[in-house]
Write a protein that binds this ligand. Structure first.
Ligand code: ADP
Ligand code: 5GP
Length: 213
């Protein structure tokens, strides 16, 4: 590993492709481990307890929170999600990079409690493509898709709080960029890349225009 075991926070609007990207990263790099979050959301038919999430009741979630077992937690689309503190700490102690796939609210909290973490925001290439991906996934109802699409506009505005930004257009290229950040080989820091900022601004403006229609 070219850097010491580190904590990476990956956030993106739902449907952008962050799970797909992170899964590929973890498959390719055994030094990286994905943190499995707790959630009160209903389990999708394709999901497995312990692999995709730790599915818990509202009561269990609140008890985990009260007893300090969550590194961060947030209410996202009316369900609670949270990161296991012990899982993250153990993985780092074992010498692995840890990847958190969480929302921007959670990212803010982790940044406060673990300021050395490395934060990465992933954007879809456009709002239309985000809609195609949410529909193509076939995991959510029409109401859920519409809620996620409208929340995406606000979610995207938080890119500025992240150290790195990746646009997930071509999946292979996006995973390569993520891998390069994690392995410490490359910078995708918008502050040093005016072309990237222009691309990000175009995505946000077009998403906002669709949101107004
Ligand atoms: P998220 O974890 O951000 O909610 P997913 O990883 O579940 O998103 O991806 C949403 C859908 O988009 C999935 O069907 C996935 O296969 C597809 N997808 C992901 N990245 C791309 C890409 N670059 N191009 C086309 N489809 C993609
Ligand atoms: P989904 O229901 O599609 O699996 O996830 C919905 C949203 O919850 C995604 O934006 C995802 O990043 C976020 N999320 C998943 N796990 C966590 C977590 O542990 N903490 C926080 N804050 N958000 C999470």
């Amino acid at each position: 590993m070219s850097r010491p075991p580190s904590l990476f926070v990956v956030a993106a609007p739902s449907g952008t492709g962050k799970t797909t990207m992170v899964n590929r990263l973890v498959q390719r790099n055994t030094c990286c481990k994905l943190s499995i979050s707790y959630t009160t959301r209903a389990q999708r038919p394709t999901e497995k307890h312990g692999r995709d999430y730790l599915f818990v009741t509202q009561e269990s979630f609140q008890s985990l929170k009260r007893s300090g077992k969550l590194l961060e937690s947030a209410l996202v689309f009316d369900n609670f999600y949270g990161t296991s503190r012990s899982q993250v700490e153990q993985c780092l102690l074992d010498g692995h990079h840890v990847i958190l796939e969480i929302d921007w609210q959670g990212a803010r909290k982790v940044r406060k409690s673990m300021p050395d973490c490395i934060t990465i925001f992933i954007l879809p290439p456009s709002q239309c493509e985000l809609e195609n991906r949410l529909r193509g996934r076939k995991t959510d109802t029409e109401d859920v898709i519409n809620r996620r699409l409208s929340d995406a506009i606000d979610d995207m505005s938080h890119w500025i709080e992240f150290e790195h930004v990746i646009i997930n257009d071509d999946l292979t290229k996006a995973v390569d960029q993520l891998e390069a950040i994690v392995l410490g080989d490359r910078q995708t820091n918008p502050a040093t890349n005016p072309q990237l900022i222009e691309q990000i601004e175009n995505i946000l403006v077009s998403a906002a225009e669709i949101g107004i229609d």
